[in-house]
Design a protein around this ligand. Structure first.
Ligand SMILES: [Ca+2]
Ligand SMILES: [Ca+2]
Ligand SMILES: [Ca+2]
Length: 256
């Protein structure tokens, strides 16, 4: 009976250890309003009136709500932007180094941002972007369109909550284009996700298993007259095992 209880406890502990990696997932803020990023303010109004996603200046030809807004054609701004949507991005001379992103910018113009996110050794899960903008925003992950929307004035934090999926381990790029067509400009951002210690846990598990093997071996060596080397630790709790009957083969049956 005592052994059954002990095995039950051991099984419970093993279950807890196996469950631990999932429980250890923790939310991480990858980007907020103070996160340095590369910035490009050289687009001017080159995209204005090229398509519905870029209304002409000062709302003279409309102040629409478009949500979701399709991925725009940025060819009219290609000289200013360069190959910023490739993976990894290519940054021409219009791009800054990592710097604080201004929350407002020249009226009617578009501006572009590239955030670099380190998703760690195991990647990030359930990544979410929370954006507020005046007027519009377009979001790419590794150059793949993830979201777009525009609306009349007002940049409210959390205005748009955008699922961005999972990010692979290491460096990831999130590209953003901010749109304006008059009045005021404004912007706020938060990108969050879950990071788990999956890789390191796996390695730890392996090491633990090795350690346990070593322990068994050491234990056997301490009782050198055992002819059956596979006694488990539990034997030692039964006092009669310590007195000379190790050579009886039926111990193995009971051990297993
Ligand atoms: Ca514009
Ligand atoms: Ca808005
Ligand atoms: Ca505006």
């Amino acid at each position: 009976m005592g052994r059954s209880v002990l095995l039950g406890i051991v099984a419970g502990l093993v279950a807890l250890v196996w469950a631990a990696p999932a429980l250890s997932q923790s939310p991480v803020v990858f980007v907020d309003d103070s996160t340095p990023a590369r910035y490009n303010a050289a687009l001017g109004t080159s995209l204005d009136a090229t398509q519905n996603q870029f209304p002409c200046a000062n709302a003279l030809c409309g102040d629409p709500i478009i949500n979701p807004a399709p991925e725009p054609d940025l060819s009219a701004a290609s000289a200013a932007l360069g190959d910023w949507l490739s993976n990894p991005p290519v940054f021409n001379a219009n791009w800054s180094g990592a710097q604080a992103i201004p929350p407002s910018w020249d009226l009617n113009t578009e501006t572009a941002i590239v955030y670099e996110i380190d998703a760690g050794r195991c990647g990030a899960q359930s990544v979410t972007g929370s954006f507020g903008v005046d007027n519009g925003i377009f979001v790419w992950v590794h150059g793949l369109s993830a979201f777009g929307a525009l609306a009349p004035g007002g940049a409210i934090a959390g205005e748009y909550a955008v699922p961005l999926g999972n990010l692979p381990p290491g460096t990831n790029f999130v590209q953003i284009l901010r749109e304006d067509h008059g009045g005021l400009t404004g912007y706020s951002v938060q990108i969050t996700g879950n990071v788990s210690a999956c890789g390191s846990d796996d390695e730890d598990d392996d090491e633990d298993e090795d350690d346990e093997d070593d322990d068994h071996e050491h234990g056997d060596h301490e009782h050198g007259d055992h002819e059956h080397g596979d006694h488990e630790h539990g034997d030692h709790e039964h006092g009669d095992h310590e007195h000379g009957n190790h050579e009886h083969g039926d111990h193995e049956d009971r051990d297993r």
